[in-house]
Design a protein. Structure first.
Length: 131
């Protein structure tokens, strides 16, 4: 059965997309640790990151770096943190999280954004990514 992230890739579920290539997609996390929390995924459906073939893994890291630089241009923060967990969604994803304090890296306190805030943020990151 397709993962929810494959459904997002296929347009069967909505997402606030920020960047896309032939092989990768980035979109805002729906329950963000902090404003700008973004998920970068390979379109290939794989459960665990270290099971990716080397080319796809390295491509994901390169894509994530480009997306992180775009987020950093838009969201005030000390730096962009990166986590890989995958205990909830069995489709490889890199969490990119704008960090202001250690709390933002803990996946315990969550930020609430309205639909328009999500949309504006996704547009701004997307523009920074293209620029
Ligand atoms: P993990 O699998 O790394 O533990 O966490 C999965 C992440 O995906 C969580 O941060 C969660 O908020 C996010 N997530 C789960 N379902 C959806 C969804 O349908 N859309 C989006 N944009 N994010 C999701």
């Amino acid at each position: 059965m397709a993962t929810i992230f494959t459904k997002i890739i296929n347009g069967e579920l909505p997402a606030y997309k920020v960047a896309e290539t032939d092989d990768y997609l980035a979109f805002l996390d729906i329950n963000p640790n902090a404003k700008g929390h973004t998920l970068c995924i390979p379109k290939e459906e794989e459960n665990k990151i270290f099971d990716l073939d080397e080319e796809t893994y390295l491509g994901l890291m390169k894509f994530s770096r480009n997306v992180a630089k775009a987020i950093e241009k838009v969201v005030p923060c000390q730096r962009i943190g990166m986590s890989v967990i995958g205990l909830e969604v069995p489709h490889v994803h890199v969490h990119l999280i704008p960090l202001r304090t250690m709390e933002d890296a803990r996946f315990t306190s969550k930020d609430k954004l309205s639909d328009s805030e999500f949309r504006e943020l996704a547009n701004a990151i997307s523009e920074a990514y293209k620029g």
